[in-house]
Design a protein around this ligand. Sequence first.
Ligand code: HH2
Length: 292
Amino acid sequence: MGVVNVTPDSFYDGGSFFDHDSAVRHALELADAGADVIDVGGESSRPGASPVPESEELRRVLPVIEAIASRVRVSVDTAKPSVAREALGAGATMLNDISARMWELAAEHGSAWVAMHMRGSPATMQDSPHYDNVADEVRCFLVDRANSAIEAGVTEVWLDPGIGFGKTAVHNLTLLRDLPRLVREGFPVVIGTSRKSFLGRIAPRGDGSVAPAEERLEASVATATWAMLAGASMVRVHDVAPTVQAATLVGPARLGHGLGQEARAGSSGGGSAEGAIHEGRGTGGPDMRGQT
Ligand code: HH2
């Protein structure tokens, strides 16, 4: 899933694709690079983001969706029912619902529905997020919403643990570690770690300072690869080409064809990626508390 933010203020690509032509061009480039779905958003949901009026969000996303929907599958990233409705009418066939509330709309339009977990709203979600057991709480929430969606008639339901949405870096890592458990619930899982700030803390600059979004490509591909090995069916990314390259390795690695034992998915402990997270390797570095 390639990200196209038609916004001036998204945390990574804000302003780069704010005009219609560059957004359409970028979307089609991502499709050519191998994205199966283009996720079009018109409102940033970064921590502290200000809400965008409905008319402005529609003005941003609708022409882009209309221009690309015949060429690639389109998902609309919104928390507003009115925007979701218009976008599904304009050709989007997937509703990326960061509020996890709009399954009825997806049922009405026969679209796919992504239920993403968020604690609170973007304005406040990073104010000391707390969970007793983040993996269990997120999983139970998502499965409960997914069952409601299925009952309402949605036939394609995706679960997304919402990395960075009301979570500290440790919460994010815990959710990544627990991904195989979420996958076992039987719904396809999508996850977005791309360029997010917790990566800049876990993989800081040489001087120990947080790596800025522009320097988080390797960590983004590494975590996307981890997620794919853990069973995620889709990863939401800004950098489609390198992620597609990683994805081409994941299939053979999961099957173990032509690769060493240690590269196989699901092997616990030892040198596996799963073992690394279980043992807490890679969770050191600068203070990660209270950060996305
Ligand atoms: N992350 C962002 C936005 N939408 N949707 C899903 N399903 N999962 C995610 O992890 C997710 C999402 C945040 O990234 P981005 O769109 O690049 O930034 P911004 O919200 O600042 O526009």
